[in-house]
Design a protein around this ligand. Structure first.
Ligand code: GLY
Ligand code: MN
Ligand code: MN
Length: 438
């Protein structure tokens, strides 16, 4: 069995023999005329098939003697010379464990017949390609049966929530890939720190990351690179990455390599010239303490919200101690006054998608999710003080700091998958004063 066939089986056991699961793969997206963006498979589809070609639909019929059907493009030597090889219909059946492969051009004619007399359709169609049409095709087929005894009324359900429940707990295969992504990304962050110097452009640091993760087997990044020097870091998703880094500023980097479809998500913030000023160090230490306060709480049974609350308390207390906030700590937390400078929530599931699927609330309740072994998520507190924030002392202005690690829940605690990317002030200054990878 492959990881994918195991997952299909696991999904099938949650459905029943009156059900059909339909998972729609991604299509190519046009960039300009006959040039497409690099193809990226739909995550639900990839999770259940491991198949990376565009224009596919996977059909799973629990309990059927041919349960696994794939609609796909057939071989086409002319197209394959131009755009790359395809498995082809025979190849899918011979090499990919598919029970029956059907040309995607026959999808409209063949799909309804595959349902046989099953009533419940569970559909994952994350980009809404077929959802409306399927309903129409079902309706169009009804008159054929209108006067006989096999007229079948069908319910359409969302499949993605069921797959999300599976995806939030990573299996061994996934954990290995996430660890590879984390390792490559750690090396990328080290290389970026060591390439930083006054007047180096943000785009050069961004390219340094891409170059390094490719040495460690990543084909891509999991999201747009963020290399934000100085006040650019105030924009949480700054992706212009085209300004020269200035001596005396910090650089906020948020960079994650993708390894065989699984991403890492790491933020580090460091001084352009490798040496923290007193003000930068003071704010940085608050953010690092906040991150470590959250990480220390990670273990099975902990509630998701306690991690966020722990780092907000440390951030608020730190801002108070530095005179950036004023007042009483409990009143600040009650009114969330710290959010003016801490801005965002501080974590999310991570896996096939950087903001991976999975609920933050327990099913059918207002309770927060309880952590379980093999969940993977980020923790990423930050402090952001805009350059034009004249209500704080001038020395704090234009400083944006985010520190983000990727955490795996284990049986009795956690592993910080990204702690090798320099994160303490001493580790960063040492790394940036060295020409060698540490
Ligand atoms: N890189 C996006 C995030 O940290 O959520
Ligand atoms: Mn993140
Ligand atoms: Mn990030």
């Amino acid at each position: 069995m492959t990881p994918y066939s195991l997952r299909r089986l696991q999904l099938a056991t949650q459905l029943d023999s009156d059900s059909v699961a339909i998972i729609i793969g991604n299509t190519e997206q046009i960039r300009n005329l006959n040039i497409s963006y690099p193809f990226r498979q739909d995550n639900d589809f990839y999770y259940l098939t491991g198949f990376n070609e565009p224009y596919c639909v996977c059909v799973i019929r629990p309990g059927h003697d041919t349960p696994y059907i794939m609609f796909a493009r057939d071989s086409d030597s002319h197209q394959e010379v131009q755009f790359g090889s395809r498995a082809g219909l025979n190849g899918l059946e011979t090499n990919h464990g598919v029970n029956r492969a059907i040309d995607i051009n026959e999808f409209k004619e063949k799909i309804v017949g595959l349902f046989e007399k099953r009533h419940k359709l569970f559909i994952s169609d994350n980009h809404g390609q077929y959802h409306d049409q399927l309903g129409l095709w079902l309706t169009a087929r009804q008159p054929e049966h209108a006067f006989d005894s096999v007229k079948v009324y069908r319910e359409i359900h969302q499949l993605s929530p069921l797959i999300a429940q599976m995806r939030v707990i990573k299996d061994e295969h996934e954990l290995n890939l996430i660890k590879q992504a984390a390792h490559a990304s750690v090396q990328g962050h080290i290389a970026v720190m060591q390439a930083s110097a006054p007047d180096v452009n943000e785009r050069v640091l961004s390219a340094t990351f891409n170059r390094t993760i490719s040495d460690y087997g990543c084909d891509s990044v999991g999201y747009g690179n963020i290399v934000a020097s100085g006040n650019n870091g105030i924009c949480l998703h700054y992706e212009d990455n085209n300004q020269p880094c200035k001596a005396g500023d910090m650089v906020l980097t948020d960079l994650g390599g993708e390894y065989q479809h699984y991403t890492a998500d790491i933020s580090r913030t460091f001084p352009v010239n490798g040496k923290f000023t007193d003000a930068q160090a003071a704010l940085y230490q608050v953010v690092l303490d906040a991150l470590d306060a959250s990480i220390a709480l990670v273990k099975p049974g902990a509630k998701w919200n306690t991690l966020f609350e722990a780092n907000q308390r440390v951030l608020a207390q730190g801002l108070l101690d530095l005179g950036i906030l004023k007042g009483d700590i409990e009143e600040i937390l009650a009114s969330e006054a710290q959010r003016e400078f801490t801005v965002h929530k501080t974590g999310h599931w991570m896996g096939l998608h950087v903001h991976d699927v999975g609920s933050y609330q327990a099913p059918n309740s207002n309770e927060w999710t309880t952590l379980e072994p093999n969940m993977v998520f980020t923790i990423e507190p930050g402090i952001y003080i805009p350059a034009n924030c004249d209500k704080v002392d001038a020395k704090w202005r234009g400083i944006a700091i985010r520190i983000e690690d990727d955490i795996l829940v284990t049986e009795d605690g956690y592993i910080n998958l990204t702690k090798q990317a320099p994160r303490t002030i001493a580790e960063i200054e040492t790394c940036m004063s060295s020409d060698k990878l540490i």
